[in-house]
Design a protein around this ligand. Sequence first.
Ligand code: NAD
Ligand code: AHE
Ligand code: ZN
Length: 368
Amino acid sequence: MKTRAAVAFEAKKPLEIVELDLEGPKAGEVLVEIMATGICHTDAYTLDGLDSEGIFPSILGHEGAGIVREVGAGVTSVKPGDHVIPLYTPECRQCKSCLSGKTNLCTAIRATQGKGLMPDGTSRFSYKGQTIYHYMGCSTFSNFTVLPEIAVAKIRTDAPFDKACYVGCGVTTGVGAVTNTAKVQVGDNVVVFGLGGIGLNVLQGAKMAGADKIIGVDINDSKEEWGRKFGMTHFVNPKKTKDVVAHLVELTDGGADYSFDCTGNTDVMRQALECCHRGWGTSIIIGVAEAGKEISTRPFQLVTGRNWRGTAFGGAKGRTDVPKIVDWYMNGKIQIDPMITHVMKLDKINDAFDLMHSGESIRSVVVY
Ligand code: NAD
Ligand code: AHE
Ligand code: ZN
């Protein structure tokens, strides 16, 4: 069949809207009509050539929602007409990682996914006979995409696609980092670095968990008003603060119980660790750093009890947890609508990247 998609033919070049060929689902796969997709900073990072796994030409996008249109042989958990969210972190429920009960990082198809291919080692997309690669197993910048059955979460049919798509990455990552990874407790002090599409969701997760001080840190002053809408109690602009770590330690009476990096900047990651409380404070890396970047700190920071951790997709098990997070949104437990600042059609998708880089948007969503 044919599908319209925004293709990343080369790094650092605008996406091009073209009509491509899409092969139907093979055994264990499903064809999904994507109804809406968010644009996450990780898409921009890959498009900018900063991803060590970046492959071109490919169809980016990993924050979508849509409808199952066809299923391949042997698919039992979804059927045509079901509403689904594609999962860049699948949940096979059979691999060592899924069975461990210790991680959400299913390994069933990670190797082929990282090569831009379906589990059988081939791509379903092509353009004028040339292979176009999948991205993060999702490729939601295509109106139709093919996904492994283990990489779709079935959601309720009354959830609006243009909001539910954000659960496919940003909402789950931010809220889940607080609830699944950190397990923030009532009364904890929390510091969040980077108040974008992820950081604001960390704030709302911290508020939901009953955190006491919820401190937001961003170099963009306009993020103060945004942060306060989602539970932030204090705002710090590091550009206007002499020693940001010392200031945060003072604000939190000795250091944060939990800090979160939502910038992807390795210098910020160090600050996030070092503003944690001696003896127990834990810093959680969410941000994705550029290829080649490394983190550093004095080992003494860890010797004296600070913990450095990371999280992918907020520690969420996609098929199990994503439908619940959609319920949280539908029941008013978490907010999504105000964070979706821009909605556009696919032919304007490049504007979403400009809005993100200029700091004007929180989340842009493309509706097909
Ligand atoms: P975004 O562009 O919407 O937000 C980034 C925010 O960080 C902006 O508000 C920006 O002003 C702020 N910022 C930049 N430099 C800063 C600095 N030096 N100090 C303080 N604030 C600074 O991006 P996003 O979509 O929220 O994504 C944030 C990061 O999270 C990205 O690196 C993205 O790749 C990553 N991410 C990771 C996961 C995961 O599963 N681990 C999931 C989604 C996104
Ligand atoms: N490909 C990069 C790493 C990118 C990365 O860490 N991705 C996160 C999700 S970001 C979503 O916006 C993730 O899920 N990581 C776990 C995994 O298995 O990819 C690189 O450095 O090579
Ligand atoms: Zn993302």
